[in-house]
Design a protein around this ligand. Structure first.
Ligand code: NAD
Length: 318
């Protein structure tokens, strides 16, 4: 069987599939040519990350597709229910990237606390002494409160890093069962902390020094953070979004930065990917990364391995 891994697959995942007899094609096909290539090459499985979309039109145009695989969590780029209705197997690898996304968020939390992104941009052409003064108002993470909105796999992983950094954590989620967060101490010991998420963001948002979003794209497309929530935040709060574009209203975000309600922001995801607004990218108080939450060697290996084992498990039985 031929597999098109259109947004790439780790060497490990590719070799596991090839050793099991699958042909794995990794040459990227443009979105417009996807259906034609799938049909012309007799491809039966399409693997994507977040870049390639597999919508109803592609599914209808490619009756030979047996499986669609998403390396990662959010399946908002695939018409999952429609594909399943058509008898197509749809798989993803929800847990493989949680730790990597949490580590990126920690990197962003440190970066926006010390203006690292703006400092990097200005060092080459700026005056050293002027810049030294400009960035002399950094803040520490230890002792601060991190609000984690969306307390699923990534939110919980982030909590373990935040505890390690000496932060308090307030979790917000639709479900309010207590969660035991494991906090590794070195590589051989661990502590654990029980957290009971709040269901009401508005009750707790004013207590957060930092806020990180880990909710899925909302079913109705609405933003979780809008002007109303910005107004309820602590003055000078700092915010990270490594979940999905659209979860923060980008117009309201710019207003909150301009009026000082928010002191610093980091964005890994954007409403208009892959062409985010220039006023976000150019803003001196916004640190941007191009949707790289899961882009570590370790996460990609776990994703490739998990996809391969799911495919081999389902399609190589006698
Ligand atoms: P998850 O399903 O384990 O957790 C999401 C949690 O959000 C759930 O517990 C759910 O109850 C909660 N939730 C949903 N809507 C909410 C709301 N309005 N208010 C409060 N809580 C709400 O998902 P996950 O694996 O932790 O992934 C979280 C997000 O991260 C997803 O959007 C995913 O697409 C994104 N993600 C981004 C990257 C990246 O590269 N930046 C990589 C992987 C995942």
């Amino acid at each position: 069987m031929k597999i098109l891994a259109n947004d790439g697959i780790s060497e490990l995942g590719k070799s596991l599939l090839e050793n099991a007899g699958f042909i794995v094609i990794t040459e990227k096909v443009s979105q417009e040519d996807l259906a034609k290539e799938v049909n012309d090459q007799g491809i039966e499985m399409v693997l994507v990350r977040s870049a390639t979309t597999v919508r109803k039109e592609v599914i209808d145009a490619c009756p030979g597709i047996k499986l669609i695989g998403r390396g990662g969590v959010g399946m908002d780029n695939i018409d999952v229910a429609y594909a399943r209705e058509k008898g197509i197997t749809v798989i993803n690898t929800p847990a493989s990237s949680s730790q990597s996304v949490a580590e990126l968020v920690m990197g962003h939390l440190f970066a926006i606390s010390r203006y690292l992104n703006d400092s990097y941009k200005n060092m080459e052409n700026g005056d050293f002494s002027v810049l030294k003064k400009k960035y002399a108002k950094g803040v520490e993470l230890r002792g601060k409160t991190l609000g984690i909105i969306g307390f699923g796999r990534i939110g919980q992983s982030l909590a373990s890093y935040a505890f390690g950094a000496g932060m308090d954590v307030i979790a917000v989620d639709l479900q309010t069962n207590p969660v035991l967060v494991k906090v590794p101490i070195g590589t051989s010991q661990e502590a654990s902390v029980s957290i009971t998420p709040s269901q009401s963001l508005h009750d707790v948002i004013g207590k957060m020094d930092y806020i990180s979003l880990h909710v899925p794209k909302q079913a109705d497309g609405s933003a979780v953070i809008t002007a109303k929530e910005f107004d309820m935040m602590k003055k000078g709060a700092r915010l990270v979004n490594a979940s999905r574009g659209g979860v923060i209203n980008e117009d309201d975000l710019l207003v909150a930065l301009e009026n000082g309600q928010v002191a610093g922001v980091a964005l890994d995801v954007f409403e208009n990917e892959p062409n985010p607004r220039k006023d976000l990218l150019n803003h001196s108080n916004i640190a941007c990364t191009p949707h790289i939450g899961a882009a570590t060697m370790e996460a990609q290996d776990r994703i490739g391995e998990e996809l391969a084992s799911l495919i081999i498990g389902q399609f190589t039985k006698a």
